[in-house]
Design a protein around this ligand. Structure first.
Ligand SMILES: Cc1cc2nc3c(=O)[nH]c(=O)nc-3n(C[C@H](O)[C@H](O)[C@H](O)COP(=O)(O)OP(=O)(O)OC[C@H]3O[C@@H](n4cnc5c(N)ncnc54)[C@H](O)[C@@H]3O)c2cc1C
Length: 264
């Protein structure tokens, strides 16, 4: 059984389209970067919990970054001090930190959440990393890019050219990968991951083996029982794995990208 907590929201920071909710958590809440919490989003017919990556873990607190996408996240984004959240977690398989060579983190939109926690952990362990964060326009996440730039080497990619690299996070990442050529960690919309995987495969035969992706699939139970979040894997041919419990992090060469592209 996954651990269930009723946690108090003790802080909230608004960053443009997203809000960070800081919650008081007990000592035994020990997430690994890339793991997520499954959050009950306020009833009103919303029976299914919603998955949110751990964004930070501090002294007695942990936080999530919530971008409004529909009813559940809209309800959650409006929580603040005085509210309590019903969470399951930490859930899933996180990123493998024990990689050799440079580390490039590639985020699309709210996909920055697990990668920020990963970057913090890597820096705490004395490792360096480079973060490529893509978004529509530079103002989308308010001051969050400036906050994160104080922690790590964060480069922005804005589709409308309003800041950083003019273009996609994947284009920027492929430029930066020439410098680091090590492990590439990514989280973002499926289209972004598909494009990144295709470009990594072009770079060299080991490209996909150097890639770790956190997939943002729609999920229901969050614990591998309902199989609603199944993603196609390369081995054995035709097989699927549950994104919530076998993932959400997979190595690039574990997934069957042709069949990933066909998922609706
Ligand atoms: C492992 C994981 C980590 C995530 N981490 C974050 C995060 O840190 N910050 C953030 O803003 N968002 C994150 N998401 C996406 C977030 O879970 C969805 O935006 C949210 O569930 C949408 O719910 P809703 O009720 O607002 O939208 P609705 O569209 O009304 O949701 C309807 C149903 O679809 C599911 N759903 C809809 N969109 C998604 C999606 N993109 N991914 C998964 N399920 C979805 C919901 O769980 C719900 O069951 C993550 C998703 C996954 C799988």
């Amino acid at each position: 059984m996954p651990a269930r907590y009723l946690v108090a929201v003790v802080g909230r920071r608004d960053y443009g389209c997203a809000s960070e909710l800081v919650c008081e958590v007990p000592d035994d809440f020990r997430p690994h970067p890339g793991q997520f919490v499954h959050v009950a989003c306020g009833g009103d017919g919303r029976i299914l919990r919603r998955p949110f990556s751990v964004f930070d873990r501090g002294e007695g607190t942990a936080s999530i970054l919530v971008r409004e996408a529909g009813e559940g996240s809209s309800w959650l984004k409006r929580r603040g001090p005085g509210d309590r959240l019903d969470i399951l977690g930490p859930l899933g398989r996180g990123f493998d930190l024990c990689a050799e060579g440079g580390r490039l983190l590639v985020a699309g939109g709210a996909g920055i959440a697990p990668l920020r926690f990963l970057a913090k952990r890597l820096l705490e362990e004395g490792e360096t990393c480079l973060v490529a964060w893509g978004m529509g326009e530079a103002a989308e996440y308010g001051v969050l890019p400036d906050v994160l730039k104080k922690e790590a080497d964060v480069r922005l990619a804005c589709l409308d050219g309003s800041g950083g690299h003019a273009g996609s996070a994947v284009d920027l990442a492929m430029q930066l990968d020439r410098e680091s050529a090590g492990q590439v960690y990514a989280c973002g919309p499926r289209e972004m991951l598909l494009s990144l995987a295709a470009r990594m495969e072009e770079v060299d035969r080991e490209g996909l083996a150097r890639l770790q992706v956190s997939v943002e699939e729609r999920m229901a139970c969050g614990v591998g029982v309902c199989r609603g979040c199944a993603v196609p894997v390369a081995e054995p041919p035709g097989a699927y794995r549950a994104a919530c419990s076998d993932g959400p992090v997979f190595r690039g060469d574990e997934l069957d990208w042709m069949r990933m592209a066909a998922l609706t």
